[in-house]
Write a protein that binds this ligand. Structure first.
Ligand SMILES: Nc1ncnc2c1ncn2[C@@H]1O[C@H](COP(=O)(O)OP(=O)(O)OP(=O)(O)O)[C@@H](O)[C@H]1O
Ligand SMILES: [Mg+2]
Length: 603
């Protein structure tokens, strides 16, 4: 719970100290008011002159104004504190998510990660900006006011004590019911966000299938659940205010009533009664303010817990050991300085070493029952093109996603340049490869920003070269050149245009390994062929992994891996496979004419 203090930095601690001083100061000023009130009543009873009363009154007024001034300043700096704190937390969560493995992310779900980094952090911010100063002011005023009256009159003190016990009981009961609801509300907010997100992403599909009502029902159900929980909490909270006021007024009444007897017995005077009433109100006020803390803090605690869950998420995919890390980093830096990353992988001593080698790799998705990949073994060398083909769901994407370590193999090992990929730092590993995911992903920004993505700082010539190689240059020029804007997700581009920019991004820094997951599927045959032959020529040094559905796209590959239900059922060149791999033959039969197949067999 006290962990949240850890995230305050530097001069925020000075703000906190200032906040404490300001609020204690305000409480002290407020606590002097009843004394002045008492002495004014005394003056009036003693038939003092108007000017004497006015002087006391003016002093009281200026103290009240001073208290308001302190309140304004403390409000002001509390919001600065909250804004800075929440900004830092958002940054931390964002950075953590950046380094999260796919498996961990799936565990949280995207919608929940978004809620945690927005709504949950807002809850914490609210608690900080409002709650922090109340948490200082309320106990100070309640305790000090109590101390002031405790010796004044035993009877009145008993009346005050009864009200306090009633208050504490009330707060306890209400929060006993309300607190469990807070975590439920945050979970439901996750679901509402999730449905919203799904709906927005799939809006076109929803419209095309007239599924608006279905989506609406789904949303309404969760939305109603959220409403119900909010209403329950709202109802509980709404009891708080009137009952508090009842207790406060009841106490005033009790004080006046009891005082009437005491005064008539000469056991109490009127100024003391006035003072007592004001102090008693301050005590109750203190508790009332504390009840606000009881609303804010449990809510913020639930949210903080959810934020910590993200920050503490254990990574299954991480850099192996610090030693290796520093060596690799040095290497990388040297290579980056000399402008040639390829050196990191291929040196004169290890020319004959395979660039990528899979050794008996098996893989099972976390929480899945069955393995998706079984005993995958193959190797490939510098400059080769390795193609993967197989029916949908045969594990092609899964296989190539293991190379950048989006997931780690369940058993077996993957070597790059003879070294287990786990021995590379993730940063170095990723700088060795260009990757085009199956689902194209572009970011809001210019074409240049999208192609020169990451820490490359490529020259315009290099970017243009990449765009020309991926056959994107012409349409980019029409769009307005390298500075043309791409919308979020590349929604102002066609599927094929998106794929070509993604290919340009993957090859722009000429990485030694390029991975294309079905990245040619939206290209017409002519462009597909052109891009492939340009890649062959311009990226001759790089090892290319190509997943494709079309035989045409891969038939020139050096190695074709045929996958079926996660197993390699054929490996070799097109000509070999078409003769002796049944699965490959079936795919070929469905795509090529008899003449085309016969032509390859004869070759
Ligand atoms: N995140 C995931 N969690 C659990 N199972 C998954 C996940 N992603 C894929 N799978 C399962 O793994 C299997 C292989 O999926 P994969 O995406 O590798 O197929 P693919 O060969 O790339 O298919 P396609 O040609 O349609 O792209 C499928 O049966 C799928 O159900
Ligand atoms: Mg796939």
């Amino acid at each position: 719970m006290l962990r949240f203090l850890k995230y305050f930095k530097g001069f925020e601690w000075a703000i906190i100290v200032l906040l404490i001083l300001l609020n204690v100061g305000q409480a002290i000023l407020d606590l002097t008011l009843p004394e002045y009130m008492g002495s004014i009543v005394e003056l009036v009873l003693a038939k003092a002159t108007i000017s004497e009363v006015v002087v006391e009154g003016l002093i009281m007024l200026s103290i009240a104004l001073g208290s308001i001034l302190l309140l304004i300043i403390s409000d002001f700096i509390a919001s600065i504190l909250a804004a800075r704190y929440t900004m830092r937390m958002r940054g931390l969560v964002f950075n953590k998510v950046q380094s999260m493995s796919q498996a961990t992310m799936n565990n949280f779900t995207t919608a929940s990660l978004i809620t945690r980094n927005t709504n949950d952090i807002t809850q914490v911010g609210n608690a900080l900006s409002m709650g922090f100063k109340i948490a200082i002011y309320a106990p100070v005023i309640a305790i000090m006011a109590l101390l002031k009256i405790i010796n004044k009159s035993a009877e009145l003190s008993v009346a005050t004590a009864v009200s306090i016990v009633a208050l504490v009981l009330l707060i306890g009961i209400i929060f006993g019911f309300a607190v469990p609801k807070f975590s439920k509300i945050q979970k439901l907010t996750d679901s509402v966000n999730g449905i919203n997100r799904e709906n927005l992403i799939g809006l076109r599909v929803v419209r095309a299938y007239n599924a608006e009502n279905y989506q609406k029902d789904k949303f309404e159900k969760t939305n109603n659940n959220l409403k119900r929980e909010n209403i329950i909490v709202g109802r509980l909270m709404s009891v708080l205010n009137p009952v508090m006021t009842l207790i406060m007024n009841g106490l005033s009444l009790a004080i006046v009533w009891i005082s009437a007897y005491l005064i008539s017995d000469n056991l109490l005077d009127i100024p003391t009664m006035t003072e007592f009433t004001m102090y008693a109100m301050q005590v109750v006020m203190g508790f009332l303010l504390l009840s606000i803390i009881f609303i804010l803090v449990p809510r913020a605690t639930v949210s903080l817990k959810r934020i910590y869950e993200v920050l503490d998420a254990k990574e299954t995919i991480f850099d192996s050991n610090a030693n290796e890390k520093s060596i690799n980093n040095e290497n990388l830096q040297e290579n980056q300085q000399s402008g040639n990353l390829n050196n990191l992988v291929v040196t004169s001593e290890n020319k004959d070493c395979p660039i990528v080698e899979f050794k008996d790799v098996c893989f099972k998705y976390p929480d899945a029952e069955q393995s998706v990949l079984n005993n995958i073994s193959f190797k490939c060398y510098k400059g080769q093109t390795v193609a993967f083909i197989g029916s949908t769901g045969s594990g092609k994407s899964t296989l190539i996603n293991l190379i950048p370590r989006f997931y780690d193999a369940t058993s077996g090992e993957i070597l790059i340049n003879g070294k287990d990929i786990k021995e590379y730092t993730l940063k170095n590993l990723h700088s060795l490869m260009g990757y085009v995911p199956q689902k194209g992903m572009l970011f809001k920004g210019t074409v240049k920003y999208n192609v020169d993505f990451g820490e490359n700082n490529l020259s315009d010539e290099q970017i243009e070269w990449a765009l020309k190689t991926s056959q994107a240059y012409d349409f980019v020029k029409k769009m307005g050149g390298l500075d043309a804007e791409i919308s979020q997700n590349g929604s102002n581009l066609s599927g094929g245009q998106k794929q070509r920019i993604s290919i340009a991004r993957a090859i722009a820094s000429k990485p030694p390994i390029c991975i294309f997951d079905d990245s040619f599927s939206a290209l017409d045959y002519k462009t597909d062929k052109k891009v492939r032959s340009l890649l062959q020529k311009e990226m001759a040094e790089s090892t290319k992994f190509i997943v494709a559905q079309r035989i045409g796209t891969i038939k020139d590959a050096d190695i074709i891996v045929v996958l079926d239900s996660g197993e390699i059922v054929g490996i070799g060149k097109h000509e070999e496979l078409i003769k002796n791999c049944q699965v490959y033959q079936e795919i070929a039969n469905s795509q090529l004419s008899k003449e085309e197949i016969n032509a390859t067999i004869k070759k």
